[in-house]
Design a protein around this ligand. Structure first.
Ligand code: SAM
Length: 231
């Protein structure tokens, strides 16, 4: 990402003139995983929650709202250190985690998950054959263009397949911003990220050509269920 990149895959525009002198975000993320601290700041200077400690721990009861919907072979996109993939495997559901971070993939494997270093927008195993696909912990933000990501998700799902997508509580709508990661003295370059709230996901699913099958909610966790639409 350069400082003046202003468009994304589905044409959403970013307007930023931040000087891009930071490190590769994967490098800063890897430091965050080892130091168990990580901040994300957007281009308005607002901090976004990063649950790095939670990601490094085993899946908790709070994660059941996601896991309960992953009943068939699951592609865990942006699996991080793999707590959800590992939990699925423990309950007998076959799961593959993919992530662009080599360190995250290594940690996921160490905890018993099957994980590969892959970019969700590049070649992914089992293209068009995944019964379930998981976007947890805000991963609907990957790439900063949720419609483009959902279009990609649709191509990875099997006929009859369902995506399980964690979203923000209702209220914020769709927010597409440039963000950067910070930990200790390390600062990443800016990269696009999105947030989507529960009351906006059905519109985005429609734009991406997916079918909105409903929402599930427990405490502050909200999950949207999006089905591959048959031609
Ligand atoms: C918010 S964290 C998700 C944490 C993870 N769900 C967990 O249980 O630890 C976002 C993750 O998405 C990964 N990621 C970012 N862009 C990606 C891409 N294009 N393809 C695959 N993974 C990506 C990051 O490396 C990071 O691990």
């Amino acid at each position: 990402m350069t400082p003046h990149d202003t468009h994304t895959r589905s044409g959403m525009r970013f307007d930023t003139d931040h000087r891009d002198i930071g490190l590769d975000p994967r490098h800063v993320y890897a430091r965050g995983l080892t130091s168990r601290r990580l901040r994300a700041v957007d281009d308005r200077g607002l901090e976004m929650g990063m649950g790095v400690k939670r990601w490094l721990e085993p899946a908790s009861r709070d994660d059941d709202i996601l896991l309960a919907h992953c009943t068939r072979n699951t592609l865990d996109v942006g699996c991080g250190p793999g707590r959800l993939s590992a939990a699925l495997i423990e309950t007998g559901v076959s799961a593959l985690g993919i992530d662009v971070s080599a360190e995250a993939v290594e940690l996921a494997r160490l905890r018993g998950a099957t994980a590969l270093r892959r970019d969700v927008f590049a070649c992914v195993p089992g293209q068009g054959r995944w019964p379930n696909l998981l976007l947890a912990d805000g991963n609907i933000g990957i790439g900063g263009d949720p419609v483009a990501l959902l279009r990609r998700v649709q191509t990875m799902l099997a006929p009859g397949g369902r995506a399980v997508v964690e979203v923000d509580p209702p209220g914020i709508g769709v927010s597409c911003r440039m963000i950067r990661l910070e930990v200790d003295e390390l600062v990443s370059s800016w990269f696009p990220w999105a947030r989507v709230s529960a009351d906006s996901i059905s519109d985005l699913a429609e734009q991406a050509g997916m079918s909105f099958a409903g929402l599930d909610q427990r405490a502050d966790r909200w999950v949207a269920l999006l089905d591959r639409r048959m031609p």
